[in-house]
Design a protein around this ligand. Sequence first.
Ligand SMILES: [Zn+2]
Ligand SMILES: [Zn+2]
Length: 265
Amino acid sequence: MFDYHMHSDFSADCETPMEDTIESAIEKGLSEICFTEHIDYEYPDPTIDFDLDIPAYAAKIKAVQEQYKGRITIKKGVEIGVQPYLLKRYEETLAQEPFDFIICSMHTTEKKDLHSGDFFKGKTVEEAYEMYYRELLECVQAFDQFSVLGHVDLVKRYTKEKSRLDFHDILTEIFQTIIPRGQGIELNTSGYRYGLDGGMPSADILKLYKACGGEILTIGSDSHVAETVAYQFKPSLQLLKEIGFKYIATFSERKPTFHSIEQLV
Ligand SMILES: [Zn+2]
Ligand SMILES: [Zn+2]
C-alpha cells in the first residue's frame, strides 16, 4: 500500500518529524510513501509562511531514503497551493528540484483563505463553489507542472450546507484539460477526519473523472500526524473498485507506475 499525501515538520502547519510518520507507515505495512510538503506562496493568513526550504528538504529525503532502505520506499513530493497570478513563480520554483510527485491544490480563491472562512463571506454556497472551480480551471489551463490535482472538491469541507448544483460542467472542463496531458487526481481520505461523508473528491466526481477517461489516481491521507497515515484507505479503495477504477498510481521522477487495485483491497 502507498500513501501519497503526507506532511512533516518541513510544512509550516505541521510539527511531526519525518521519522515518526515513516515508522508509523512501516508499522501499518505500507511499502511506499511520498512526502508532499506545502509551498503556498502569498497565503492570505500572515501568521503562517508556507514556504519550503527546498535544499534542506531534498537533503533530508535523501537521508531518510538511505536510513530506511529495504524497509520502505520514500519519495520526494510537494503540494503547491496555486493561485492564477502565482503560476509563473511556481514554474520557476519547481524547476529548481527534481521532485518525484507534485500535487496541485487550491487553498485560496480570489486571494481569500478558504480555511479561515474569509472566502465564503457574502457568498451563497453555490457562488462559492462556482468561483472556486472557475479559478481552478483557470489555473490548470495556464499551468501544467503537476502530477495530480489535490482534494478537487476542497470547497465542500468549509460549507455547512450542501451545494444544490454539482458543477459537473466546469469539472468536466478541468478533467478534459488535465487528462490528455497525462495528469490525474488524488483521492484524499482526510475528508473522513473532518466529518465529511467520505474522501475528497466525492464519489460523484470520481465517477465523472472516470467517465472523462481519467485513469491516473493516487491515494493519500494528508496526514499531519503519524497516527493518520493510510487513514480509511480500505473503504476508499473499495469505493474506487466499485466505481470501476483498476489502478492506483505511484510516481518516480514524475512518471507514474500503476498498481492493480484488485491486489490492494
Ligand atoms: Zn491541501
Ligand atoms: Zn496536504
